[in-house]
Design a binder for this molecule. Structure first.
Ligand code: BYC
Length: 331
């Protein structure tokens, strides 16, 4: 597994009667649905797991601006340009709420940014694929933001207060993003045969990477069991992936598009769609840094940080000057 393997303090899940003192009281609070707040006692593994997940989530929002930002100047109308600009700006906001939520756990913004730039911290595999046509912007909104909502609605009820509260606003905005993507797909599917073919091509390329966004299968997911016990994960990777498939198939039918999976079939007995095998080798390859755009994405972030150094220096110099002036005025 290509995982950071955060040391959670135990090699297997312990039952309530095996926990002692603070740990037991902590688990009882989680089991009673009481939110954990920054100043509450928490096991070190819980703190580290949240820093890992929330910072990776924040990095995904920030890196996630790159594939769509690529199309702001090329959006087909002024209205589409304004909508896309607002959407990409929302993603920056999501990154900032999430970095702030992670900071409440005692990690600094600088440390998180360093970990992203050094390759230690991950960001979502999905943002390592290129946006080749305008239809990709529709597909991202429809499928990537659609998947993000499925994954993130349960996070609004997760055990850590600042993360749960940040997710409420994020989910409301993601819902607008998903609709704007579906609206682009509807316009293309009602357009010329060439436009419809462009929409189909985008669906063909984004479908499988979107299923991979939910993470490895439950059998391979190293962090799930502990995160579930701690109330960070309320549904498993496979459960959420299934929800995404079930909700998206009728939407594709409405658009008149074909999901690129010959094994996709309604299973009457299960009440769910069965879907074909995911190419996990591709997922791990992307997570290891070898996807089509990994190097470009990281370079864009590092360059932006380095090019913004003068601005951060200027802010600090201004803050120092203001502090000196107020000290002088008080003297
Ligand atoms: N990509 O044990 P598992 C968005 C890693 S933002 C890369 O199941 P966990 C959007 C995983 O980190 C989308 N790596 O892990 C933004 C772990 O490695 P580490 C981001 C992945 O944490 C802008 C290892 O594989 N959403 O939607 O229990 C525009 C084993 O996995 C991926 C979030 O971050 C992946 N796809 O579960 C539009 C949501 N999947 O860390 C849209 C919050 C797994 O041990 N995060 N890995 O080195 C989560 O819900 C969970 O962290 C995950 C993974 C379900 C993603």
């Amino acid at each position: 597994m290509y995982a950071q393997l955060v040391e959670t303090g135990s090699t297997r899940l312990r039952k309530l009667d095996e926990l002692s003192g603070d740990e037991r009281r902590f688990q009882e609070r989680i089991d009673a649905g009481i939110k954990i707040e920054p100043k509450d006692w928490m096991p070190e593994g819980y703190r580290k797991t949240l820093i890992r997940q929330i910072s990776q989530h924040a990095h995904s929002e920030i890196v996630g601006q790159l594939p769509e930002g690529n199309w702001i100047t090329r959006a087909p109308t002024l209205k589409r340009k304004a909508i896309l600009l607002a959407k990409v700006q929302d993603e920056a906001g999501h990154g900032l709420y999430l970095y702030s939520a992670a900071e409440t756990l005692g990690v600094s913004r600088d440390q998180m940014i360093d970990d992203l730039h050094s390759g230690k911290a991950k960001y979502s595999s999905i943002f390592n694929y290129p946006t080749l046509s305008w239809a990709d912007i529709g597909a991202i909104g429809w499928l990537v933001d659609g998947s993000a909502i499925v994954n993130q609605i349960p996070l609004c009820r997760c055990s850590y207060g600042p993360y749960a509260r940040a997710m409420v606003r994020v989910c409301k905005e993601e819902s607008f993003h998903q609709r704007q993507g579906f609206d682009i797909m509807m316009a293309l599917c009602r357009g010329t045969p060439e436009q419809k073919a462009m929409a189909q091509d985008a669906l063909n390329r984004w479908w499988w990477p979107c299923l991979m966004m939910f993470g490895p299968s439950d059998a391979e997911s190293v962090n799930s069991a502990q995160s579930a016990q701690w109330g960070i994960k309320l549904f498993s990777n496979d459960e959420l992936r299934q929800k995404m498939v079930d909700q998206t198939v009728p939407q594709a039918e409405y658009l008149g598009l074909t999901i690129p999976d010959p094994d996709l079939k309604w299973n009457e007995e299960k009440g769910h769609y069965d879907y074909g095998a995911i190419e996990w080798a591709e997922f791990y390859n992307v997570v290891k840094g070898n996807g089509p755009c990994n190097r470009d994405r990281l370079k864009a972030r590092v360059d932006a940080h380095e090019n913004g150094a003068w601005f951060r220096d200027a802010l600090l110099a201004y803050a120092d000057k203001q502090a000196q002036r107020s000290t002088a005025a008080a003297a």
